[in-house]
Design a protein around this ligand. Structure first.
Ligand code: NDP
Ligand code: MG
Length: 383
């Protein structure tokens, strides 16, 4: 089975692992998109020969344009946020894999779906900021949303049997607990970005690694699950599974539970999104039960890690509240990585943004952008 894939965010953690899968499966690359890492992007162009490339950062786009001038069969270059959307809509791919980080990924998700193209979604922020618009576009244009996030891939895999899927009662969304599991607020007062960037099980981009340490990532994933699987927020329960071996579970009406297990390696869910409904060749090591010995379960500490209850509150409020929580978090994480705020301030700021407004009901894309901008401005003013 050969497939044409367009990969947005090809230079990131998910992007490079996606290219490992694409290489192993022998898929074709129709388009690649990156933001600033031009050298890596150019190496990817040499290897995969995409017909189109989008570069969102202006200076990086100039560098890539200069490099393409000396190339015999240079791809067509698209520039800026508009270029990313054009690539998502017009590359002629069977599937667009969106591995851009942050709310910047939403317009491209919508553009791909509106062109009728299936989207393999790593960019959870698309659903958090504009879930209603994303679902509407997928339905209207008969395009599929295939989860890449490991938990959502696990749930999706557990729901392949249509008879059982009808009897879904709740989702047990697993969480590693991150590097600060078991720590008190006192102990978290002076943790540094270096401490927060040391994740026990996964190697990921900086933003999601901080989100894992604050449990914002689990909050974003709860919202993502509500949209992807059409559930009420109370039907998603968080279970801490420290070894990241159970990637999530589903419980049916008869209280029977199905789980998906495997080594913590994102190439497995990336591959499933690209080969679905079929399964691909081995792309990650087997799970070794002899070394593993045991898997443990714990409760998430929502008193200490305030981002998680803030996200629950946001999805219960509905409307643009999740978008505001996400915008506030993106800004707060940026400030934390620049040593301008403390670790615990991230959760306090996200909580304040969620509480400050009612955030309405239905929304347009223009309102999403405006809410995202306001949430970020609020964080800067609050300091
Ligand atoms: P990285 O930071 O490693 O990579 C982000 C990618 O997005 C890079 O290619 C980067 O380009 C590009 N990018 C950054 N800013 C912009 C922008 N403004 N416009 C367009 N492109 C941009 O992130 P990850 O790969 O870790 O995460 C990507 C997404 O996948 C996130 O939404 C994350 O939550 C999700 N995810 C990640 C997992 C993981 O294991 N890493 C697991 C599950 C979900 P450049 O590098 O060239 O600047
Ligand atoms: Mg995840």
């Amino acid at each position: 089975m050969s497939k044409k894939v367009t990969l947005l965010g090809s230079t990131g953690s998910i992007g490079t692992q996606s290219l490992d899968v694409i290489r192993a499966e022998g898929f074709e690359v129709s388009g690649l998109a990156a933001h600033t890492q031009t050298d890596l992007l150019l190496r990817q162009v040499e290897e995969f020969h995409p017909a189109m490339v989008a570069v969102t950062d202006e200076r990086a786009a100039d560098k890539v344009q200069a490099a393409f001038a000396n190339m015999v069969h240079a791809p067509r270059l698209l520039r800026g946020a508009e270029g990313l959307r054009t690539l998502a809509a017009q590359s002629g791919a069977d599937v667009v894999l969106n591995a851009v980080v942050g709310a910047a990924g939403l317009p491209a998700t919508l553009a791909a779906l509106e062109s009728g193209c299936d989207v393999a979604l790593a960019n959870k922020e698309s659903l958090v900021t504009g879930g209603a618009l994303v679902l509407e576009a997928a339905e209207k244009h008969n395009a599929k949303l295939l989860p890449v996030d490991s938990e959502h891939s696990a749930i999706f895999q557990c729901l392949q049997d249509a008879y059982s899927a009808k009897s879904l009662q709740k989702i047990l969304l697993t969480a590693s607990g991150g590097p600060f599991f078991g720590k008190t607020r006192e102990e978290l007062l002076h943790v540094t970005k270096e401490d927060a960037l040391r994740h026990p099980n996964w190697s990921m981009g900086a933003k999601i690694t901080i989100d894992s340490a604050t449990l914002m990532n689990k909050g974003l994933e709860l919202i993502e699950a509500v949209w992807l699987f059409g559930l009420a927020p109370r039907q998603v329960e968080i279970v801490v599974q420290r070894q990241s071996i159970i990637h999530s579970m589903v419980q049916f009406s008869d209280h029977s539970i199905l789980a998906q297990l495997g080594v913590p390696d994102m190439r497995i869910p990336i591959q499933y999104a690209l080969t679905w409904p079929e399964r691909g060749k081995p792309c990650a090591p087997e799970l070794d039960f002899d070394t593993l010995k045991s898997i443990t379960f714990d409760r998430a500490d929502e008193e200490t890690f305030r981002c998680l209850p803030a996200c629950k509150r946001a999805i219960e409020k509905g409307g643009l509240a999740p978008c505001a929580a996400n915008g506030a978090n993106e800004e707060a994480v940026r400030l934390f990585l620049e040593d301008k705020i403390s670790f615990l301030q991230i959760g306090e700021l996200v909580e304040r943004v969620v509480e400050k407004d009612s955030y309405g009901g239905a929304y347009t894309i223009a309102e999403v952008y405006e809410c995202d901008r306001m949430a970020r401005a609020y964080i800067l003013e609050a300091l």
